[in-house]
Every structure is written in C-alpha cells, then in structure tokens.
Design a protein around this ligand. Sequence first.
Ligand code: LLP
Length: 412
Amino acid sequence: MFSYSENDFYCEQVPLADLAARVGTPAYIYSSETILTNYRAYDQAFGALPHTVCYAVKANSSLAILGLLARTGAGFDIVSGGELFRVLEAGGDPAKVVFSGVGKTPDEVEYALTHGIHTFNCESEAELALIDAKAERLSLKAGFAIRVNPDVDAATHPYISTGLHQHKFGIAIQDAPAVYRRAQRYRNLAAEGVSCHIGSQILDPAPIFEALDKALALAAQLRAEGSPIRHLDLGGGLGVAYYEGESAPAIGPFIEKVQARLCASGLTVMVEPGRSIVGPAGVLLTRVLYRKRNGAKEFVIVDAAMNDLIRPSLYHAHHEIIPVRLSRLPRIKADVVGPVCESGDFLARDREMADAMPGDFLAICTAGAYGFVQSSNYNSRPRAPEVLVEGGSYRIIRKRETFEDLVRGETL
Ligand code: LLP
C-alpha cells in the first residue's frame, strides 16, 4: 500500500524518503501487503469452486516475491526454464505450475517434466509431439492443455494483444477438437485442460468472457466426446489503473462472475494473473539530477532511465510520477527523461507534474509489473536494487548491481 501521510509518501509504514537515503536511487520498492491482498482477491473470490491462481512469473520474478506468493499457496505460470528454476528456488510447488509459451525448447520440456509440473499449455502440434517423445524417454505421463486462439479482440496495446488469428499464439479454436483427437495417439500425453489468453492490460472484461464462453463450449464438446478434460485456464488477469482517476475493474467481482459461469461445469479453473497482483504493488524511486530548458521544452532529468523501466518507451505507457515529499510550488509541464543516450529515453512526456528540483525524489508509480524484469544494462548502467517493504520494516531483496557485475562472464 502506498499513500501520503502529512507531506511524505509512504510504502506501508516506511517513508520513501528514508528508503531513498538508505538504499540510493534508482530503486524498485514493493509493498508485500499489496501483493498479498491482490493475490487473495483472486483466490478468495473463487469460493468453493476448485481453482488454482497461477501467478504469471514474467510480471515480476524476484525470488522474494515468488517466495511470498508460494508461502500463500499460489501456483505459477512460467514461460521458460529459467522461470521454473526461480519458482523452485523460491519454494514453489511444481505440481501447481503451468508452462505457457509458443517456443518451448527440448531442454526446457525435459526440465519441466523431471520436476513434475502440472500442465504444458501447448501451442502447436509439433510441441505436443516433442513433449510426448520426451515424456516417453523419461517414462512419464505429461498433462497438457491446448492453448486455443479464440479470435477475440482484447482491445489493448497491439504488442500485448494475443487472441486474434493474426497473432503467433495458440491453435485456432475451430481446429482444436481435431488436434485433441489426434493427440490421443500419444501414449505419454494426458489431455488435462483447455487454456486461452487473449492479452494483457485488459480494462474491459467483456472480451475475456467472450473467450471464456468459447473455451467452455470447447471443453464441454471434448468431454462429450470422451476426453477427460479437467480444467479450464483463463490466462492472464485484469489490467490495472495507470492514470490517476482511471479505474480498473475490481478483481473480486470479476472472479465472482467467472465463478458463476463455471460453477456448474465440473471443471477446475485456473487463472494466470501477473500485472494485477504486482503492478500496483511497486514504484520506481528516482532522484532529480538536473533541470533544463531547450526552447519551449522543459526537462526534468532523473537518475532512472529506459533501461530501468522501458514501458514508456516501448508501449508509450503512462506511469504517474509523484513527489516523495509534497510541496506547495506551482506545477510544471515537462518531459521526465533519464541519462541514456537516445531520445527514446523518456519516462513521461509533456507531463503536468510537481516542480521537482535537483535532489528531490520522485516515485514512478504502478511499476511493480513488467518493470524490473524488463530492465537491462544498456549504456552499461548497473540494474537497480529491489526492496520489499513489510509493515514498518524493509529488506533489500536484490542488491544494486556493481561495475563488476556488469562484466561478469566476459573475457578480454
Ligand atoms: N498468461 C500468459 C500466457 C501471458 O502471455 C501473460 C502475459 C500472462 C498470463 C499475464 O498477463 P497479466 O495478468 O500480467 O495481464 N511487457 C508487457 C506485458 C506483456 C504481457 C505478456 N503476457 C507490458 O509491460 O505491458
């Protein structure tokens, strides 16, 4: 939870100005309470309906955050062998892991099989053949779901919309029954479920329900044909509010509607939320280095950059930028930019904001999802530390990288 008390901005009971002084900037700060509240909103709204909330590791894969969720009973949605390694390191239960993604390698499939993950969300017939062959060699049976592409428009940014036939994802829903039928010849595969995921940052849940209804009809058809389908995986979760005053659908009522649609189906439901669990739980803390004016344009130059948070540059995403200490100075209109040497390095453009001066700290809000995980060492900038706040205390869950870290593994 983030809020102002008097003039100071807090994460739970810790003032961000104190954190900035102690851990330096830029730094990612997370609220454990917000993460758990959001996870529980999904988990509890399903009520008695059998379900698994598989947190999408890609949104934020820090071990401490995975550990926090694992201890609360979460499952995990992974998209690589590296993500599975992280889940295992964090104490996650492999039996609650689903493996998504269109390009699983043979080594990744083997690694996931040996650790006994729950389900592979398969995206092509060639992938089914590979999993069967690997499972046979290991004398195992692999659970699979076919990720169907329902041809539903998620109405989100084109880079993160996935449910149309023009996208690389899934198997066209009308082809799926035949693929399930052909998969029966694989002796080391077991059809466990039907999965779909139409995109991310979805603020209007109507397309999710459209996809859900299509997937549900498919599951019913497959069961009528004798297939032992046990679960339906809805894919990612809801979008979040990035603008002040923007409202995102609440998790509880959304899941209650999903629950109502599925309660008579006899299916277990799975959902793979990432953004809505960790997005609002994090800020990127930064310090103003300089102010400058070029012609009519005002610039606030900060010590965080596109390598720390690429969402504004990559998707023109909006993140609110607010002062860590409120002042009464008039507001300004400025571009907030970092030290990286390209004009694409901006955190906000033409933004009405506090008149922040060199030395002031700013919080770049709603940065807990797809923030640190998409950061890089571009311009040989060490990656920022991550800090997890729990009530009145905090711990550094990832150290700031050093110059030595930058060259680790390299040879002259
Ligand atoms: N399941 C699958 C199969 C996915 O591809 C994704 C996200 C999720 C679940 C989690 O969706 P969520 O609950 O977070 O909406 N880098 C982009 C977002 C990419 C999302 C990719 N897939 C961004 O910064 O907005």
